[in-house]
Design a protein around this ligand. Sequence first.
Ligand code: ISC
Ligand code: MG
Length: 460
Amino acid sequence: MLEVKEDTLESLLRKAIQGLQSSESRIVSYTKKIKNINPLEFFDAGSEFHMERSFWKSTIDEFTLVGIGNAYTVGVGHLPINELEEAWQSIIHNAVIYNPYEEPGIGLAAIGGMDFDPLKQKTSLWNKFKQNALRIPRFMLANKGKNFYLTITIMVKTDDDPKEITEHLLKQETFLLAKRNIPSENITILHQKEVEPNKWKDTVKKTTEYITAGHVEKVVLARELQLEFQEDVQLTKVLQQLMDKQPTSYIFAYEVKDNCFIGATPERLVKVEHNELLSTCLAGTAPRGQNEEDDEKLGYELLHDDKNLQEHDFVVQMIKDSVEEYCEDLQIPEHPVLYKLRNLQHLYTPVKGKFKDGYSIFHVIEKLHPTPALGGEPRPEALTYIREHEQLDRGWYGAPFGWIDNNQNGEFAVAIRSGLIKNNKASLFAGCGVVKDSDPEAEYEETRIKFMPMLTVLGG
Ligand SMILES: C=C(O[C@H]1C=CC=C(C(=O)O)[C@@H]1O)C(=O)O
Ligand SMILES: [Mg+2]
């Protein structure tokens, strides 16, 4: 990695190109501060370039990343996570970087996700998505608190002309940063179809019997809701509404051609900043009440409900056992508290620790995914069971989605409360933890509410 102290984009490109042997290529990345801009206007502008877009927002951290286009995508093949890390490191190693700001997430960074289960037979639903992908956007807008930054990243080859590339990039930049109106049309649903709800309930029933027989302790089962709209869905509008309606969730989107995986998840998998590690145990669910009193009652019952506490505890134990290897000074409260969302409340236990040297966020992702909040317990048996019995190609649903920068900082959430949008169609996904005392009707109802965050912003 060549870090340059002071430079213009053009001279940075020149230096990077001059240092190349024939047929070599390398990443050049240039970061500068820019004036305030509405991240959604920037996102919307990207559609006019027909460039694929990526989006991440963490409201608690007042941190938003919007990627337009693709300088390079790491992964995309059948890479296990440790090889994904090697591929990422090798790209960074050869990069030429100008970035005077030493803040996590500002500068050269990638956004991406991965398959929930690479061993599950793929269907045509997810055919545009690779097994895993970390995309370094050509233009990345980063907004942290009151500050706005633009990072331009491009892959250069020996025969590239720095002046020509600079002119082209600056023209695109001017277009992307221009003020514009974002779409405001309402979305109208024409058809709505739950995929085989009765069969799903039967599977829940069979699963409780399988658990009672002692084969596994917990299995998470998911299902799909299919939608068709009058018009193609305006993604910018969907993002805006998710941001308005789900302020305590991570908002994310990842476009591949005319497909977009998008959602608002409350569940952090792992965050690494400097040497601090944060993770979250989130499992066990109740609806929100009609009024304050009702809501408190439902919350109180959730905190004392054996079935939900058991669902939750599998996650706490597994995350604790997993991160002990990577962390010192582990802090995990003894009892969960409530995490309230617009439509639901969950049992929540935060996990905090000091990251030991020699480990990266990739190690933690590999170790944690999927936690028993999305897979089950014990993991291998639960995954085999899901592979054989669940009638759904989860694709990137339920898997880690997030960002990483060139200094090993990053954050990945668990991509739930999400859907895959394809022009005027969408598939929404929702799952629930099945334990021995699960009631199929109640689990069905729980997943019905879990569709809400996406359904309500899509005109439902
Ligand atoms: C699998 C999902 O939620 C998980 C996360 C929180 C609570 C859960 C539950 O109570 O079942 C699930 O484990 C989903 O929303 O699709
Ligand atoms: Mg549950």
